[in-house]
Ligand binder design. Sequence first.
Ligand SMILES: [Zn+2]
Ligand SMILES: [Zn+2]
Length: 132
Amino acid sequence: MSVKKGRCLCGEVTYEFSGPENWRGYCHCESCRRNTGAPVVAWFGVPYAAFRYTGKAPKVYVSSRGARRSFCPTCGTPMAFEHERYPSEIHLYACSLEDPSAYAPTFHVHYAEKVPWMEIADDLKRFPHRGS
Ligand SMILES: [Zn+2]
Ligand SMILES: [Zn+2]
């Protein structure tokens, strides 16, 4: 099984996982936007059992009840999202991968919160809120 690796901007927080991801999707929610300063975030989910941090440990910010957002304590790069709703899975940023080229999202969630000036021309499924 191939191992995929990712890292923050400064390189102190690193991670790796093996095996296929569970899903890949864009999130347009306001929390993701504020957390990153970007209009949309490309995520993917992997099982905890296949994932590990390999460098400095990230810091954790509890952004809402049951939701943990991890980031590099040195450079501030957002690293992961975890929620008690998804106890066996960690969500990672496609663009923190060493090679994000094969991680194209396949759907949009929280599309109802999309910023109005962002035009999206793909024909992916658009969930107004959480994906089903
Ligand atoms: Zn860093
Ligand atoms: Zn979000």
